[in-house]
Design a binder for this molecule. Structure first.
Ligand SMILES: Nc1ncnc2c1ncn2[C@@H]1O[C@H](COP(=O)(O)OP(=O)(O)O)[C@@H](O)[C@H]1O
Ligand SMILES: Cc1cn([C@H]2C[C@H](O)[C@@H](COP(=O)(O)OP(=O)(O)O)O2)c(=O)[nH]c1=O
Length: 226
């Protein structure tokens, strides 16, 4: 009798662990421009797919009409105030979550693990250089209420190194891509990660190492969390 009871308990525990490991996750990559986010999103995606996970990749600014306006601002085709940019990102993010065709919430419902290249921490860090951090957090409260990442992966890198990487690979340098600005954004990332440590799960990864070393650290961090 006791053995049957213990077997049942064991089964329940096993199922719970398997359920937790199988649950599809929402992971957000964060970091300054050129920190290696896109590279690491791809490496993590490849690894998860190899392990049999269904993965949906996405990014902000999105490819929606609102995202296109933002990209035109970053590539200097349209001029806009920093506060207008912050507001556009709020709208772009809500569409990113709620879009009925390919929104994040729909993809999670369909069983995908969703990995996004940037989410609301980007707004906190980039816009609080120009305006009050609390305003930015409050403006994004609807998104945070709808969906917090199971894990934010912040890739921390020296802005001089990221600018070197960007200068090698690009012909257009975008609005926020100066060493001075990226230094301020990096400081804001570190500040806001500390401020939100109770509400948000953040894995801080040293991005100054090789692509393979960074990928290994990310995998180690994820394995320890889930
Ligand atoms: N760990 C790394 N070491 C050296 N170069 C890297 C590393 N990670 C990415 N890169 C290169 O740096 C540039 C920016 O990387 P990317 O992944 O596009 O960054 P982000 O998406 O954060 O802007 C790319 O040319 C990429 O190949
Ligand atoms: C998501 C987001 C991005 N951004 C900025 C960061 C980048 O400078 C810019 C474009 O993002 P992105 O295309 O991801 O640039 P990169 O690959 O170089 O990191 O948008 C904000 O200012 N606020 C936001 O909320």
């Amino acid at each position: 009798m006791l053995r049957l009871f213990l077997t049942k308990i064991g089964l329940i525990i096993n199922c719970t662990i398997i359920y937790r490991m199988k649950k599809n996750l929402f992971i957000a990559f964060e970091g300054i421009d050129g920190s290696g986010k896109s590279t690491q999103v791809k490496l993590l995606t490849d690894r998860l797919i190899k392990e049999g996970t269904k993965v949906y990749n996405t990014f902000e600014p999105t490819k929606s009409p609102i995202g296109s306006i933002i990209r035109d601002i970053f590539t200097h085709k349209i001029e806009a105030d920093h506060r207008t940019i912050a507001g556009l990102f709020v709208a772009d993010r809500l569409d990113h979550l709620l879009n009925k065709t390919d929104g994040i919430l729909k993809k999670l419902d369909e069983g995908y693990t969703v990995i996004t290249d940037r989410y609301y921490f980007s707004s906190y860090a980039y816009h609080s250089v120009h305006m009050d951090l609390n305003w930015v957090i409050e403006a994004n409260a609807l998104s945070a209420g709808l969906l917090r990442p199971d894990l934010n992966i912040y890739i921390d890198i020296d802005p001089e190194l990221s600018m070197d990487r960007l200068n090698k690979g690009r012909s257009i340098i975008e609005l926020y891509e100066t060493t001075d600005n990226l230094q301020q954004v990096r400081n804001k990332y570190l500040e806001v990660i500390a401020v939100l440590k109770e509400e948000e799960k953040v894995l801080v990864i040293d991005g100054n190492a090789s692509q393979e070393a960074v990928a290994a650290k990310i995998w180690e961090g994820i394995s320890a969390q889930f």
